[in-house]
Ligand binder design. Sequence first.
Ligand SMILES: Nc1ncnc2c1ncn2[C@@H]1O[C@H](COP(=O)(O)OP(=O)(O)OP(=O)(O)O)[C@@H](O)[C@H]1O
Length: 703
Amino acid sequence: MAPAAPAKKPARKTAAKTASTAAGKPAPRSDVERRLLSLGLETPIDFALHVPLRFEDETRNLPIASLQPGMTAQVEGEILRSEVIQRPRRQLTAVIADETGELGLRWLNFYPSQQRQVTPGARLRARGEIRGGLFGREIVHPRMTRADAPMPTALTPVYPSTEGLPQSVLRKAVARALQQVELRDTLPQAVLDRYGLMPFEPALRALHQPPPGGADDFLHERSDPAWQRIKFDELLAQQLSLAAARAARRDKRAETLPLDTRRQGLVRRLYQALPFQLTDAQMRVVEEISADLSRNYPMHRLLQGDVGSGKTVVAALAAAQAIACGAQVALMAPTEILAEQHFRKLGDWLAPLGVTVAWLTGSLSPRQRRAALAAAADGSAQLIVGTQAIIQEHVVFHRLGLMIVDEQHRFGVGQRLALSRKGEGEGGPLAPHQLHMSATPIPRTLAMTFFADLDVSVIDALPPGRTPIVTKLVAESRRDQVVELVAQEVRQGRQAYWVCPLVEESEALQLQTAVDTCETLRQVLPDLRIGLVHGKLPQAEKAQVMKDFHAAELDLLVATTVIEVGVDVPRASLMVIEHAERFGLAQLHQLRGRVGRGSAESVCVLLYQAPLGMVARERLRAMFETNDGFEIARRDLAQRGPGEFLGTRQSGLALLRFADIETDTELAEQAREAAAWLRRDHPEVVQAHLTRWLRGREDFLRT
Ligand SMILES: Nc1ncnc2c1ncn2[C@@H]1O[C@H](COP(=O)(O)OP(=O)(O)OP(=O)(O)O)[C@@H](O)[C@H]1O
């Protein structure tokens, strides 16, 4: 373990002082300490792991003649002249010269001391970014030092900082921590040898003080052995902590819910009642889940499948297996529309087989709500379907055996935690099994690092008979043709969606747009039965519109993104997305996935407003080029980075500081392998490594 500063030592500023605070002495925090803390800097090892963003090269002066606009440079010379000018605004200007030429210096705000420093004749060094101004090259707000000050021999680190925390304070704090802290290697030599890693201490020191020259490559490419080592350690810590979470789960107890294979068993009867045969891919994941349910520790499984791949029936079979054992099942969905659809679909499948299905959302009347809560609590409801209302404090289950969460990664870590506690608190020591379903495929690399505590099942094939969706990009100027396409489609007895533009600034505006669009479409397509659905519609009306669309009593459904996930109307074969350039890639893929769910050939029209920005163009191109959700997810991840990809609620928690999920896949694999090895053969190393990297923050990774 990295030792905290000994409490006996007189408390020194920043690193040393905060460390002693962490060691148990409650001390009031200064402003600086609070700012440091906001960067996660408390103990010496935190400071040591606070690696520079970039470096400034103050080790050499460049000849003024060689300076090019855009470069950051340091020059040394004599001040030729300086003056305060008043126009266009008050500012200090000066000219510095060496043997090769002259360079302008300019301060838009300045102190008298700065003015005194640039007295003509003074020999100084000036540093900053060279700009090509109207009157020649210059530096605005240069950093100045006297020419007789000793030249640094190493690059000057620039650390990630926060407002009000100067680099000088950070540099000192880090330098002090680097002197104090013991940077013992947590890894045995055998691990270093196997993966060709350099020892920890020189690696970390090199990151703070790289050799002059080549620092740019060093920083940007992060391929230097020093970087490799730190990235490996970070990935290893993540893998170890996820593995620990997984092991902790195995120590918990869950009710065993084995498959009832009798002919009259519920699962068998459900199979017989289904209007289709399961695909091989579905069968495989059903078996994986079935095996998990029969174990006496809780399942935490992530079920991944592209849009329309048929996850619902897999969930229904899992539910049937649990219910047949006398346990209750809860199914939670992110929106009411989706919860309602699951309620209907699972109800249609299971209710005829004698299963009691209850419905629990925020919009129930008090009486309905009381009834649903009572049915959950006394066990008379065997399957409870709902929104997040299901995990609220006061919802008590009689015997919750399985929790199914649809659209898993929309739920934040906090909600996932509340979920795992659900069965434990009330139902005694037994935790419920958990099945998470995700319709937004998560690239393997990301799943491996973020959800490594979950087992993953993938439905990697679509049900037979689907025709691939044809995606068309159409400029807004050809809107009339799109309206005509809708009319044609409906004439052929099919249904269509028209998705209204996202208006991020204002929900009210978005609503208005949807109402207007619907009105206009009703005018231009008077023969069509057109419905409108949006988030602000009362639940009952929303449900009615969806029901009518399901029953083909509406031809065209104008909608906001409330229909984004999961809505399943196989007869719908045309999707129009207005202002497609405003949507994210995952969202577009989800929306497109609302069609192509039956055997009819489906079309998705992405109406866009020209001209397109670079990013939007790339997104639409991706949509045009591929229908494969995993490929879309990969491109989305590349465009947005993991933080945004996963959603802000989850980012920041387990985000890697040094390693990059996209490019460091090989290192991540090695870390995974090493984690298994260390857990088996070197448990003491595991502890030391986790302490160094996570210090009590392990909980964040445990979901
Ligand atoms: N094996 C199968 N053969 C034929 N049709 C199937 C099969 N499995 C599922 N389906 C049908 O395919 C459609 C899509 O299934 P489902 O709604 O479960 O997809 P999903 O994976 O939940 O998709 P999304 O993520 O878009 O909600 C449904 O109409 C469903 O009844």
